[in-house]
Design a protein around this ligand. Structure first.
Ligand code: EPZ
Length: 422
């Protein structure tokens, strides 16, 4: 278990470059199985979820090499189409291997991905959509799936599930089928998967819109691709500056992908300037509460920034109300923040939190337990606000998605150190 010891109370200021996107890298790594040759992914984040996915690719027969931020995968020959529980249970996104293995080898055996602390995380939408393409899927402890021939179909998703849309794309992109998908997730990570595959010779129209059409092709060609920056990591670093009355410039990010987030920071009183590939935020005068904010599928306010904004608002002037509409159990950080005497009320039934902003001198440092990846990042933000030394335990959750959060804190003038506990 690893911990991060933070001495807070210092405004964070400086310039940071953002890591490659975790939620783009994972489906692209799965998609590399569809290319019978070499895939080179640049700007790939060095995080434990990616390491896990690379272990799975090696286990099915790929050769994998990492050279700094570049990953080279050779998927010429696969030796098996089943993923072990040991590997799969380390992260949820192993479900995206279902579509990729069906697309490459017409069969797959994947452990049923467990839920996690933010919710049950069912895969019913994935399975229903894949079955409508003609897949036979047996659900036991594991998923046993076969897709002899992908059928042309029109699919309307009951909910715009990011992973389910990605799985259908992966299962149908190399086929003779035409698959029309409606009510698709519009997240940038869905659009980026379509862009990546099209650059490898696919024919997918409408990526990033609610209607995607996959015109199956015979095969994909080798590709070198640079992964875009992580919009949630960027939003997290913006929150660090907003929360501590500092200022930050985020380099190498497309501000358009974060517009719902930058709008919120502007609403709470930050000065936000957008450039073609950078975002500047300044909050020297402090921030105010937000009367109501709810998380929504893209382009709405992202659920992956909900915990970080709650932390940002604990010392805002006035009250804030935040509603979570995507996951059913994503207030782990809000519960922990009560330990530093933040005035936060949680209404589980309505999936709401009410925050009464307090002067930071009313808060006190504490030992906090990261509940999940983004909840852990939220506790880091809160510890940066509070004067004194706080400890955040289970930073291994945070390291699943953030390449070097302590390094970013140091770059921005913050004080922290990592501690590995046996
Ligand atoms: C992706 O998860 C992201 N993960 C999540 O980021 C993100 O929060 C989520 O999309 C929403 O934007 C990756 O990309 C690896 P969903 P995914 O399917 O695809 C329900 C992070 O912190 N649902 O859009 O699993 C589901 O329970 C992670 O980086 C079903 O009911 O999300 C949830 O309530 C956390 N049945 C909602 O839909 C299904 O078959 C959204 O899930 C699938 C989903």
């Amino acid at each position: 278990m690893s911990s991060l010891i933070i001495t807070g109370g210092v405004p964070l200021s400086g310039e940071v470059k953002v890591q490659g996107s975790k939620n783009a890298a994972l489906p692209l790594l799965a998609a590399s199985l569809l290319i019978k040759g070499t895939t080179i992914l640049e700007h790939c984040p060095d995080i434990s979820d990616v390491a896990c996915m690379l272990d799975i690719l090696k286990a099915v027969g790929c050769t994998v090499l990492r050279e700094e931020e570049t990953i080279i995968i050779d998927a010429q020959i696969l030796k098996q189409t089943s993923v072990s529980r040991k590997e799969a249970e380390k992260m949820r996104s192993s479900i995206s291997l279902l579509g990729a293995l069906l697309g490459r080898a017409s069969q797959a055996r994947i452990p049923l991905p467990g839920g996690c602390s933010i919710g049950k995380r069912p895969v019913d939408i994935h399975l229903a959509a894949l079955r409508s393409l003609g897949a036979e899927i047996e659900e036991k402890e594991e998923l046993y799936a076969r897709l002899k021939k992908c059928e042309s179909k029109e699919i309307r998703f009951p909910y715009p599930s990011v992973g389910a849309v990605q799985n259908v794309i992966l299962a149908s992109v190399v086929s003779e089928a035409v698959v029309v998908m409606k009510n698709c997730a519009r997240e940038p990570e869905v659009e980026e998967l379509c862009t990546f595959l099209n650059q490898a010779g696919a024919n997918i129209q409408g990526g990033g819109t609610d209607t995607i059409i996959v015109y199956g092709v015979k095969e994909l060609r080798e590709i070198r691709y640079t992964i875009r920056s992580d919009r949630i990591a960027a939003g997290t670093f913006l929150a660090m500056a907003a929360a501590t009355k500092g200022s930050v410039t985020i380099q190498g990010i497309n501000p358009f992908e974060l517009s719902a987030v930058t709008e919120v920071f502007a609403k709470i009183g930050c000065h936000v300037k957008l450039y073609t590939d950078a975002i500047c935020l300044e909050a020297y005068k402090g921030i105010r509460g937000i009367p109501f904010l709810k998380t929504m599928p893209y382009p709405g306010f992202p659920t992956d920034m909900q915990s970080q904004v709650i932390s940002t608002l604990i010392c805002a002037k006035g009250n804030s109300v935040i509603r979570e509409t995507v996951f059913e159990n994503r207030f782990g950080a809000a519960i922990e923040l009560q330990k530093i005497k933040a005035d936060i009320r949680i209404n589980k039934r309505d999936q709401l939190v009410v925050i009464h902003g307090r002067d930071k001198r009313c808060l006190c440092p504490a030992v906090l337990q990261a509940p999940d990846l983004r909840g852990g990042a939220a506790l880091v933000i809160a510890a940066l606000i509070v004067e004194g030394t706080s400890t955040i335990k289970h930073m291994e959750y945070v390291e699943r998605g953030y390449e070097n959060i302590s390094g970013v804190i140091h770059t921005l003038g913050g004080i922290c150190c990592r501690e590995n506990e046996i």
